[in-house]
Structure formats: C-alpha cells, structure tokens
Design a protein around this ligand. Structure first.
Ligand SMILES: Cc1ncc(C[n+]2csc(CCOP(=O)(O)OP(=O)(O)O)c2C)c(N)n1
Ligand code: SF4
Ligand SMILES: [Mg+2]
Length: 301
C-alpha cells in the first residue's frame, strides 16, 4: 500500500471510519525512518493474528513488518505452517505458495517483477518455517541460492513442525522429544546458516527475536543486500511455546536463554566482501543524510 493511494478527499474526512483516518494519518509506509518503534501506533503493521497467545512468531512478524525498508513495493512469499496464519492480517502484498515451494515461487516472482517494472525497486521476501525451508523445501531453497536469485529468505525456526502437532525437522535440536516424534532427535541441528553461506548467500544472520534493534538491522541488511548483490538468509528463533510447554509470557526468556554465548542461537552474522562494500556505501550515504545504517554486529559492539 502506498500513502499516495489512500488519500482521503477533504469532503469525506468527517464521515470516514476512524480506523481509516488513522491509517492515512499514521501509516509509516513511504517513510525512510520507519522501524520497530512504530509498532503500537502505526496501523499498517499487524494489529492482530491467529497464532497462540504469546507465540514468538507474532513478535517476529511485527519486527519484520516494521523493518521492511520498502513495504509498499515488497511482495512476501509464505508457506504452509503457523507462519501462514499471520499473512491474512498483513497489509503487504503476499503469496501463499504450496508447502516447500516458496523459494521456487519467489524466484519466478522476482524475475517477473524485474521485467514488469524495469527501473523500479521491488523487494521479494520469503518467510517460511523450518519444516518448509530445511526439510520439504530444501531443494528449492538451495537451488535459489545456487542460482543467485536476488531475494531474502527468512526462516522462522521453532525447531519442529508446529502447525501439524509437533513432528521433528532438520532444525530440531539433538535429543528433543516432540509430541509426534517420541524417539527423540537422533542427530544435531542442521547448520543452515553455514550451508547458506557455502551455497552463495551474501548476507546470513541467525538470531532470536528478543532484541528488536538487532532483528530490524538484520532484516534491513538482508533486504538491501538481496536487492543489489544476491541471495540473503535470516534464521530467527521463534520457539513454539505450545510444544515446549511454556506459558504465553515465557517465550521471551526462552529466547534469551538460547542466545547466550555458546548456546545454539548465539548471534551469528556472515557478510560477503561484496555485501560489506555495498553496506558500507549505504551507511556512508545514510550518514551524509543524518542517520547511520550499521550492521547488527557493529550495532552490538
Ligand atoms: C505439500 C504439503 N505437504 C505437507 C503439508 C502438511 N503441513 C502443513 S504445515 C506443516 C508443517 C509446518 O512446519 P514449519 O514449516 O516448521 O512451520 P511451523 O508450523 O512450525 O511454523 C506440514 C507438514 C502441506 N500442507 N502441504
Ligand atoms: S503452535 Fe507453536 S508456533 Fe504455532 S502458533 Fe502456537 S505457539 Fe506458535
Ligand atoms: Mg517449524
């Protein structure tokens, strides 16, 4: 949605529903300074969702929506799973693809958008669960990286198939017993960030969604680098509180515990030389305009 498309004609302002007026007056689309701090006041960032109360996927969704640098010209590609429950509430163009096909659909979409809108920036962002990204869709995920398709892949890693009641995925941690995987995981969590890096991704980050500033920076970097350089990958730990038996308010602590030094979601970031040069150029341009654009690692330092 663009703010240019939702102007209210002066004669109708007093009879328009307050929600609509609010959307026009407070929407952050089109503003360069938009970010996670707008959550709670900006209408177009999701207001409601159909996930379990307190599900960290909902938090992740909000941060991503707030972080998109160009939401009015972004198309998101989703896949079946708990992740897909939020898309109906999102005011960004989105496509629901067959489970596992998301990176193939995004590849065609990105190429078509380039042909249809030459000279205009159109961002494509895949958002899918670990089952869709690493198990059933792994072929499509990897092939899109090998082909150097210019879009971002975001994986909501809750370490199992949540939407179908708790089956094991490649990202389940060793030894974990899920409701529908009673034998327990027999081998280690697949190291998808490392695979992404070795498969040609130019920006890779793995983190939890406990720190919005970090999530925002990782998503922005991933989208910017995908626009100009090549494929990017962000893996976010969004624990399924239902499956691990936590209360709705306990997801945040679960993420904090999982990101401490040496734990499996300790912050990781890889930036290729080309991407580093590009981000440095962007940061210099931003600085000249008055605002700094830093990589998450720089921001944390
Ligand atoms: C082609 C196809 N295969 C299998 C399914 C069944 N299915 C629906 S959701 C799901 C698991 C989703 O797991 P994940 O991608 O990790 O997302 P989560 O629900 O954990 O967020 C499966 C196997 C399906 N809908 N379509
Ligand atoms: S089942 Fe798990 S992942 Fe799905 S909405 Fe509920 S808490 Fe979130
Ligand atoms: Mg999952």
């Amino acid at each position: 949605m663009s703010k240019e498309m939702i102007r209210i004609c002066d004669e109708f302002v007093d009879i328009m529903p307050p929600e609509y007026v609010d959307l026009v007056e407070r929407a952050t689309f089109g503003k360069e300074s938009r970010g996670w701090k707008d959550i709670g006041v900006a209408k177009e960032i999701i207001e409601e969702h159909a996930l379990c109360a307190g599900c960290p996927e909902s938090l992740a969704f909000r941060f991503i929506m707030a972080a998109l640098p160009n939401p009015e010209d972004t198309v998101m590609v989703g896949s079946t799973g708990c992740t897909s429950l939020v898309f109906p509430h999102v005011a960004v163009h989105n496509i629901h693809s067959l489970f596992g096909n998301q990176n193939a659909v995004a590849s065609g979409l990105k190429r078509t958008l380039n042909l249809r809108f030459p000279g205009r920036v159109k961002d494509v962002v895949v958002l899918a669960g670990d089952g869709a990204t690493v198990d059933i869709g792994l072929d499509m995920t990897l092939q899109s990286w090998f082909r150097q398709e210019k879009f971002t892949t975001i994986c909501f890693d809750n370490e199992l198939y949540a939407n179908t009641g708790g089956q094991e995925s490649g990202l389940t941690q060793k030894g974990f017993v899920a409701k529908m995987a009673p034998a327990g995981k027999q081998f280690d969590k697949v190291r998808l960030p490392e695979i992404a890096r070795e498969s040609g991704c130019h920006y890779v980050a793995m983190l939890t969604v406990s720190r919005p500033v970090l999530v925002e920076k990782a998503i922005r970097n991933a989208v910017y680098v995908a626009r100009e350089i090549g494929p990017t990958y962000v893996q976010l730990y969004t624990p399924c509180i239902l499956e691990i038996g936590k209360q709705s308010m306990e997801g945040l602590q679960e993420m904090r515990d999982a990101e401490v030094k040496g734990a499996r979601f300790e912050f990781k970031e890889f930036v290729s030389d080309e991407a580093k040069a590009y981000l440095a150029r962007l940061a210099a341009e931003q600085k000249a305009k008055g605002g700094a654009l830093k990589t998450p690692a720089e921001k944390e330092a």
